[in-house]
Ligand binder design. Structure first.
Ligand SMILES: O=c1[nH]cnc2c1ncn2[C@@H]1O[C@H](COP(=O)(O)OP(=O)(O)O)[C@@H](O)[C@H]1O
Ligand SMILES: [Ca+2]
Length: 506
């Protein structure tokens, strides 16, 4: 009786001890998993940063990009955390070089605040200048060098890793814009299906063409269906994520919207008998004056210089869409064309096909005019809107859009008509519904050449596709948890059975 009570107590203690042990074992496993997860999360938060100054003809913008160091070779994972508009005009318009660092340093100060201090030294800074500086280079190479070296010495005085300030080429501007949008839209990398343990390729996705409209130049870049009839200078070859791409890219200097307007007005002003220019692309009732030095001062408008004119001309809007479009059409000289796929400026653009992303001033203009929606699927709809908008008196436009920047507002009739005409000339008449007007893509970053430029210079897009991991991260974690729990159950069961069997043998 005494003995049996003793053995019951012993058995009770042993079996409960096993339970407690098993419990501790499970707790340890859970703790291990939790530590593993937290550890991996901390690793993925090892971020990198990059700074690109887009020195356009009208203004400069500083973009700060951030990405996870772990996922460096994936696609669509870099995002823009800051877009700082540098105060003042484009860098090519400064004659007093002391002014440039004053404005630039405000954005550089912002970069110092936004990027953690311990990352400053490893963060690259690039400045790329576009058509404004290309135009200035025709007139004054020395001044171009001075501007770039003034910017460079400012950047060198900051704790970042300065990588250079230069004018990017036409082809770079077009190609990097194309890379940016296709990277952000996830069009460069084949997607793998996570449903299958065996990775398989989805059908290959086609890329988007890129349309960039600036103030001084405009670019079109896309993969042509057939490149055999295209001049090899306009074709660029890339190998990205294991695939070869041949893109057609062309930049039209002077066909940016600011230079086109100046050029058009200078052309019309040559026929003036007085100092009054009637301008159909401005709203009725809109008046302004312009220094002839400015009107004829650009490389693009200079050939119309009329020496007989005084210091200023008066400009008065008439708000006539048809007249406006007619005067814009005169800029597109097709006299060298001899085949159907030929457009302005004697450049042969291959036939348009596939989807296109239109950004920068294409987007700003069409978004103001409410013409970016998918419902606006034809050229006629845009034409009707422009006819109505251009004929609206300036007083009405001005009060309706009281909070819109006056310079942009006064030019939206011209800009909208110009966008319409330019797209017609590029061959989009039948393909209007193939165009998507893009600004910030999927919330990651603004469309433009600057992200593509940084991706290229930091080697973030590998030529070859990295071999895929056998399991996706969620599958990996699920399997780990499952096997750990199985292990625990087996261990506990084993212990219990062992315990029971040892009693049996006693
Ligand atoms: O809010 C806006 N509304 C209309 N146009 C804009 C707005 N913001 C910028 N722009 C225009 O976008 C264009 C940007 O051109 P950019 O300065 O990049 O020249 P580039 O690319 O030819 O060197 C300019 O024509 C500028 O006036
Ligand atoms: Ca630009």
């Amino acid at each position: 009786m005494e003995e049996s009570r003793d053995s019951r107590v012993k058995r009770f203690l042993t079996s409960n001890g096993m339970v407690i042990l098993g419990f501790i074992f499970i707790l340890c496993l859970i703790a291990l998993l939790a530590v593993g997860l937290v550890q991996n999360k901390a690793q993925s938060e090892n971020f990198k940063y990059g700074i690109v100054f887009d020195a356009g003809s009208s203004h400069t913008t500083m973009y700060i990009y951030k990405w996870s160091a772990e996922k460096v070779n994936d696609t669509g994972l870099v995002y823009e955390i800051e877009a700082c508009k540098v105060k003042g005009r484009g860098i090519a318009s400064y004659r007093n070089l002391q002014e440039i660092p004053v404005y630039m340093s405000q954005c550089m100060g912002r970069a110092k605040d936004v990027i953690p201090r311990f990352k400053h030294q490893e963060t690259p800074v690039y400045l790329g200048a576009t058509a404004g500086m290309r135009l200035l280079r025709f007139d004054n190479k020395e001044l171009v060098e001075k501007i770039l070296s003034s910017v460079s010495s400012l950047f060198k005085s900051y704790p970042f890793n300065f990588q250079g300030a230069r004018i990017i080429s036409d082809a770079e501007e077009g190609s990097y814009g194309w890379i940016t949008i296709n990277y952000l839209l996830g069009r460069l990398k084949e997607k793998h299906s996570p449903k299958s343990l065996f990775w398989r390729k989805n059908e290959s996705q086609s890329t988007y063409g890129a349309l960039d409209l600036g103030g001084a130049s405009t670019q079109i870049t896309f993969v042509p269906v057939n490149e055999t009839h295209t001049s090899s200078e306009m074709l660029k070859h890339f190998r990205l994520y294991g695939r070869n791409y041949t893109v057609f890219t062309h930049s039209y200097l002077c066909f940016g919207k600011d230079q086109a307007l100046l050029w058009k007005m200078a052309r019309n002003a040559t026929q003036l008998q007085s100092d009054l220019l009637l301008e159909p692309c401005f709203h009725p009732g809109y008046t302004t004056t312009m220094a002839t030095r400015k009107l004829y001062g650009s490389y693009c408008s200079r050939k119309f210089n009329n020496l007989d004119q005084g210091d200023t001309i008066r400009i008065q809007g008439t708000g006539n869409f048809l007249e406006c479009q007619r005067s814009i059409l005169e800029l597109f000289n097709a006299s060298f064309c001899n085949t159907y796929d030929c457009v302005f400026d004697s450049v042969h653009v291959p036939p348009i096909w596939g989807k296109f992303g239109a950004f920068s001033a294409y987007y700003y203009t069409m978004s103001f005019l409410n013409l970016t929606s998918e419902d606006v699927s034809s050229e006629e709809m845009v034409t009707r809107k422009m006819e109505e908008f251009c004929s609206t008196p300036w007083a009405v436009v001005n009060t309706t859009f009281a909070d819109v920047n006056k310079k942009y507002l006064s030019e939206y009739c011209f800009s909208g008509t110009y966008v319409l005409t330019l797209l017609q000339k590029l061959g989009f008449t039948e393909y209007w519904n193939q165009i998507e007007f893009l600004n910030k893509i999927n919330g990651y970053a603004e469309a433009g050449w600057s992200l593509g430029y940084m991706l290229n210079l930091t080697n973030m897009i590998p030529a070859e596709l990295p071999p895929p991991k056998p399991f996706s991260r969620p599958t990996y974690i699920t399997l780990m948890v499952f096997f750990s729990l199985l292990l625990a159950v087996v261990f506990i069961l084993g212990s219990v059975i062992f315990q029971k069997s040892s009693h049996f043998w006693k």
